[in-house]
Design a protein around this ligand. Structure first.
Ligand SMILES: [Zn+2]
Length: 300
């Protein structure tokens, strides 16, 4: 790599419970306006802003049953077929077996070992998380703990160096934290700014899965345009010659509000920016995400 060139980077934008569904009123990704680039459904996979490529991605991974969060997220964050390791799709939070997989194969740890960094998980954690042993730990929490990464906290968020999972901070205000409300543009500025400092940048968003379980059409209609704006405004601010932006999900849910469960649908992996065509060709299922990130950050 010529000394004059900036190191490349990757933003992984994880959205829980976002699948590719059918066109119809039960699919808010079809029926809601102003949600580009999330307006992704069967028959509408070919035109995404900033020349993004949509790759339908298999979250079922050859294991019967509905794809679930713990095993799907573990797969995304390790490249290991976690449902296959378990023999089933695991809901919610990783069990001991999945925690072992994350401890050995966390993407952050793999990057540490390759000397690729610095890297960042941008979601802010509250003091309550650190003050007691949490009963449940998400796949990403385990993946971060397996590496040399530090968790972002409220002071980072106040300094615009972290984002809460809802990206607006409303959830923090409701819990009594004295934090400002971030607009989608604030969140985008913060996320895009990390491109100057970090190689691998992870953000995670969960509200979509909650809205899917709640079958909440009204809130989905309110929320999705804001989430889409956050993504658009981030893309506007990225140097896409140097940065690859990968959006993906662990399983379908919000794309069919007629059912409370996760769906069996493919999820959209949407890729923008540096080497997007080459990377898109290598993605078939959720085990391909971690290798794609590593390839982008090592094979200059
Ligand atoms: Zn769920």
């Amino acid at each position: 790599m010529p000394a004059s060139r900036k190191p490349s980077n990757v933003i992984l934008f994880f959205i829980d419970g976002l699948g590719i569904g059918e066109a119809g009123d039960n699919n808010p990704l079809y029926s809601t306006n102003h949600i580009e680039p999330l307006r992704v459904y069967e028959g509408n996979l070919n035109s995404v802003i900033f020349d993004g490529i949509v790759v339908p991605t298999d979250p079922r991974l050859g294991v019967v049953g509905r794809p679930q969060s713990a095993s799907g997220q573990t797969t995304i964050l390790t490249g290991v077929n976690a449902p296959e390791v378990l023999g089933y799709h695991k809901q919610g939070f990783p069990n001991e077996k999945l925690r072992e997989v994350l401890k050995e194969k966390s993407i952050f740890l793999q990057l540490d070992r390759l000397g690729v960094g610095p890297n960042i998980f941008v979601n802010a954690y509250t003091p309550q998380f650190f003050s007691g042993t949490p009963r449940w730990k998400s796949a990403t929490t385990c993946a971060v703990e397996a590496s040399t990464l530090q968790f972002r906290r409220i002071p980072d968020l106040l300094g615009r160096k972290a984002i809460f999972h809802d990206f607006t901070n409303r959830g923090l205000q409701q819990r009594g934290f004295d934090v400002p409300i971030f607009s989608p543009i604030d969140a985008a500025e913060i996320l895009a700014n990390f491109q100057h400092q970090y190689r691998f940048i992870l953000y995670e968003h969960f509200i979509t899965d909650k809205l899917g379980h709640d079958m909440d059409h009204e809130r989905a209609r309110q929320h999705l345009p804001k989430l889409a704006k956050f993504i658009r405004e981030t893309l506007e601010r990225l140097d896409l010659h140097n940065t690859t932006f990968i959006l993906t999900s662990d399983h379908g849910n919000i794309e069919d509000l007629s059912v409370r469960n996760h769906t069996l649908n493919n999820v959209p992996t949407i890729i923008w920016g540096r080497r997007k065509d080459q990377i898109a060709k290598g993605i078939k299922d959720l085990t391909d995400i971690t290798p794609a990130v590593i390839k982008l950050l090592t094979d200059e």
